[in-house]
Design a protein around this ligand. Structure first.
Ligand SMILES: CC(C)(COP(=O)(O)OP(=O)(O)OC[C@H]1O[C@@H](n2cnc3c(N)ncnc32)[C@H](O)[C@@H]1OP(=O)(O)O)[C@@H](O)C(=O)NCCC(=O)NCCS
Length: 180
């Protein structure tokens, strides 16, 4: 993938991660309120974890976008898009926002830009997501874009931060159903 993609929204820039973002990532992810809803983020989350993640994100095939808040020149989150089936035009991937910045519409703004990129620039047909039980905030955010509930994968994850077995509540969005 072209790692130099820049997506600009009203308040945010979505771009590749840089090593200098490590402290911002730790500030956002070294927080169990954020990581317990994510499958693969350990707790505590250290600068070494962040540097490993940044380097990995620059070398893998996913679109790993840093979410930068323009007004503060600060990375307040991340969102990922990974094409899991090229033949069928399907991608997956999640989002997180630093808790200090919750409830201001940044998650919705970044997630919306990610969906637009997937359908309009990558020409994909279907996005697959999910959420853990009790993550109504994420669920609501997905429904707002037209995602539909598609079932439950029982005990799909052992959360790396909480070590809890988690069912995955599966959601999916077809391009035809997308609400901008
Ligand atoms: C899920 C998550 C990304 C949402 O991020 P966020 O920036 O808080 O989300 P938003 O502010 O866009 O929207 C959430 C709420 O704010 C409201 N909102 C939207 N725009 C707003 C604005 N301009 N001002 C105030 N509130 C606004 C939304 O209506 C929504 O309302 P709700 O609290 O009743 O659900 C964030 O909570 C998070 O990182 N959670 C932990 C990790 C996680 O769960 N990731 C998803 C895994 S599936």
């Amino acid at each position: 993938m072209d790692k130099d993609i820049i997506i600009e929204t009203a308040r945010l820039i979505l771009r590749k991660f840089k090593i200098e973002d490590a402290n911002d990532i730790v500030e956002g992810l070294n927080n169990i309120n954020v990581s317990h809803f994510l499958a693969r983020v350990p707790y505590p989350y250290t600068k070494e974890d962040a540097i490993y993640f940044i380097n990995e994100s620059l070398n893998n095939n996913s679109y790993n976008f840093a979410i930068e808040l323009k007004s503060e020149n600060k990375v307040i989150g991340g969102t990922e898009l990974t094409i899991i089936d090229t033949d069928n035009g399907i991608a997956t991937g999640g989002i997180w926002i630093n808790e200090k910045y919750w409830g201001k519409g940044y998650g919705t703004e970044a997630f919306g830009a990610r969906i637009k990129y997937a359908f309009e620039e990558l020409g994909l047909r279907r996005l697959e997501n999910g959420y853990f039980k009790e993550n109504e905030k994420s669920h609501k955010m997905q429904l707002r874009f037209g995602y539909k509930d598609e079932g439950i994968r029982r005990q799909r994850f052992i959360s790396k931060s909480s070590n809890k077995l988690e069912d995955e509540y599966i959601t999916g969005l077809l391009k035809d159903e997308w609400i901008r």
